[in-house]
Design a protein. Structure first.
Length: 193
């Protein structure tokens, strides 16, 4: 094969059209088999917020996302054990009840990610056992009042490590009236190699 610039390579649209990838190591030209490269595939998980704005489970100013297919008891708190190093890269939210939220002026509800400080020994029900690690960029305010709102965020980079236990919660500012309504949240994760 003749020496050509990378910009002169023909473009392939399928991985089956490629045998090797090329690059540099210092001043050396190198090629690497595509089989040894692994590109992490994002994966999604979905949970439900029930009894919005301080109902059970949760406390006066927090709604805890329920990951399991059945709701935990009102005195319990749903968490997600992390099995491999990963990052949260995006999230999507949808109000799924027929009655829209009623959020007043100066009130807001923000979706945050928390890690359990001591995942092997701490109770999942005490707020003081968690540390805030980031926001999912989803917030309800008075401008969402009366709508069965949907919101999306992307470009997130919330790093999680294997062995972490996380809780995702909607944190309330002000005193939004507690309802029996529900919302759904999908979180997109990407494995870190």
């Amino acid at each position: 094969m003749a020496n050509i610039k990378f910009s002169q390579f023909s473009e392939a649209s399928e991985s089956s059209d490629i045998d090797f990838l090329v690059g540099y190591k210092g001043t050396d030209n190198v090629r690497i088999s595509k089989e040894i490269l692994s590109i992490p595939t994002p994966f999604m998980m979905t949970g439900v917020f029930t009894n919005m704005f301080g109902g059970d489970p949760g406390d006066n100013n927090r709604d805890v996302l329920e990951w399991a297919s059945s709701s935990p008891a009102s005195s319990h708190s749903s968490v997600l054990p992390i099995l491999q190093n990963c990052r949260i890269i995006a999230a999507g939210f949808k109000w799924i009840s027929s009655t829209p939220p009623s959020i007043g002026i100066g009130q807001s509800w923000t979706v945050n990610v928390y890690k359990l400080i001591n995942p092997l020994t701490d109770s999942t029900t005490a707020d003081t056992n968690y540390t805030l690690v980031g926001s999912l960029g989803i917030e309800l305010t008075e401008s969402d009042n009366g709508f069965t709102v949907g919101k999306f965020s992307s470009g997130l980079n919330i790093i999680l490590n294997a062995g972490d236990i996380i809780r995702i919660a909607g944190d309330e500012t002000g005193s939004i009236i507690t309802t029996s309504e529900e919302a759904q949240l999908t979180v997109m994760f990407q494995t870190i190699l």
